[in-house]
Design a protein around this ligand. Structure first.
Ligand code: GLV
Length: 327
C-alpha cells in the first residue's frame, strides 16, 4: 500500500509528478487559500507524510492527532511554523528547503534595500498619480548605497549572499551572529560587531536571522533608538523578529529613516496595517524566494525530502537529526 501524504496546497506539477507514483496524495486544491485547520486536523489522522508550507501551523495539538506521521516536509527555508521539538519527541522527521533559495532571496533583499533607500515605489506612485510637475533639486531624494555601511544580523547562507552583493557596492559590511565566522571574515571581508555596535554604525541594518524564541522581538524600541536617524532597516527574514509597534513609532517620529519589509508578524498583512500607512515603508508580500525557477526547485526538493523520509532514508535537508540518532 502506498503511504498517504497530505499536501496542504496546490503545488507545481513537477513536485506532484515526483510524488504521485509513490504516494496516495490528499491535496488541498486551492492555490491562494491555506488549508483550513479543521480539514488539516481531519486529514492528518491517517497520514504517513505531510507536505506543508510556511502558512501552516504544525503544532503539538495537530501532531497529537497524527498517529502515523513519519515525515513533515516544509516547502520553505524557515521552519518556525513547525514545533520541531514536538515532532522530534514523536520521532517525526522535519525537513526544509535551504540552499536552492539562497541567491534568489539575497537578490530580493538587495532589491528591497535599493528600493527603500532610493524611494523607488514612492517615486513610481508619485509619477502615476500625476504629481510630477518638474525636476527639482531635492525631489524624492534618498540615501546612498554605494560605499555605505551594511550591518547584517545573522550571517548564514542568505546573509553571506547579501554580503557578497554588498561587496560589489563597495560597502563596509558588519555582521552579528551567535557564532563568529572567521572564514566569512576572510572570504567576504566582513567584520564581526556586537549587536549594539552594528546598530549604531550601520546605514543599512539587514535582518537575516531565523525566528526563534531568542530572536523574537530582537529589534525593539531600544535597538531602533541606537540606529542612525538616516538608517534603513530591511527585514526579509521573519516578521516576529522586529517589534512592529516600536518600528511604527520609530519610523513615524524619525528615529530611523525608512524600512523595507518583506515579512510581517501576521501574514497576510492587511491594507489597514499601520506600517502600510507610512510613506517611508516599502512593503512586499513575502516574496523573497519568489522566482519561477527557485519556487519549482523548492517544491521538488521538498518532494525529494519527503520521499526519502518515507523510504526510511536520511533526507538531504533533515532539520531534526536527533530523530535519526535515536533510531
Ligand atoms: C521563506 O520565507 C522561506 O523560509 O523559505
Amino acid at each position: 500500500m502506498k503511504p498517504k501524504v497530505v499536501v496542504t496546497r496546490k503545488l507545481p506539477d513537477q513536485a506532484i509528478e515526483m510524488l504521485a507514483p509513490y504516494c496516495e496524495l490528499d491535496i488541498w486544491p486551492a492555490e491562494d487559500e491555506p488549508i483550513p485547520r479543521k480539514v488539516l486536523e481531519q486529514n492528518i489522522r491517517d497520514a504517513d507524510g505531510l507536505y506543508c508550507l510556511l502558512t501552516d501551523t504544525i503544532d503539538q495539538t495537530l501532531l497529537d492527532q497524527a498517529h502515523r506521521l513519519r515525515v513533515i516536509s516544509n516547502m520553505a527555508g524557515g521552519y518556525n511554523n513547525i514545533d520541531v521539538g514536538a515532532a522530534s519527541r514523536r520521532r517525526i522527521m522535519v525537513t526544509n528547503t535551504p540552499d536552492v533559495l539562497t541567491e534568489t532571496t539575497a537578490d530580493l533583499t538587495f532589491a528591497l534595500l535599493m528600493a527603500t533607500a532610493r524611494r523607488i515605489v514612492e517615486a513610481e506612485r508619485f509619477l502615476r498619480n500625476g504629481e510630477w510637475r518638474t525636476w527639482s533639486p531635492m525631489l524624492l531624494t534618498g540615501q546612498d548605497i554605494y560605499g555605505a555601511t551594511m550591518g547584517i544580523i545573522g550571517l548564514g547562507r542568505i546573509g553571506s549572499a547579501v554580503a557578497r552583493r554588498a561587496c560589489g557596492f563597495n560597502m563596509r559590511v558588519l555582521y552579528h551572529s551567535t557564532h563568529r565566522n572567521e572564514l566569512a571574515e576572510q572570504e567576504l571581508g566582513v567584520e564581526y560587531a556586537r549587536l549594539d555596535e552594528l546598530l549604531s554604525q550601520s546605514d543599512f541594518v539587514v535582518i537575516m536571522t531565523p525566528l526563534t524564541p531568542q530572536t523574537r522581538n530582537l529589534i525593539g524600541a531600544r535597538e531602533l533608538a541606537l540606529m542612525k536617524p538616516t538608517a534603513v532597516l530591511i527585514n526579509a527574514a521573519r516578521g516576529g523578529i522586529v517589534d512592529e509597534q516600536a518600528l511604527y513609532d520609530a519610523l513615524k517620529s524619525g528615529v530611523i529613516w525608512a524600512a523595507g519589509l518583506d515579512v510581517f508578524e501576521q501574514e497576510p498583512a492587511m491594507p489597514d496595517h499601520p506600517l502600510l500607512s507610512l510613506p517611508n515603508v516599502t512593503a512586499l508580500p513575502h516574496i523573497g524566494s519568489a522566482s519561477i525557477r527557485t519556487r519549482v526547485r523548492m517544491a521538488k526538493l521538498a518532494a525529494e525530502n519527503l520521499l526519502d523520509g518515507l523510504a526510511g532514508k536520511v533526507p538531504k535537508c533533515l532539520v531534526n537529526k536527533e530523530v535519526m540518532e535515536e533510531n
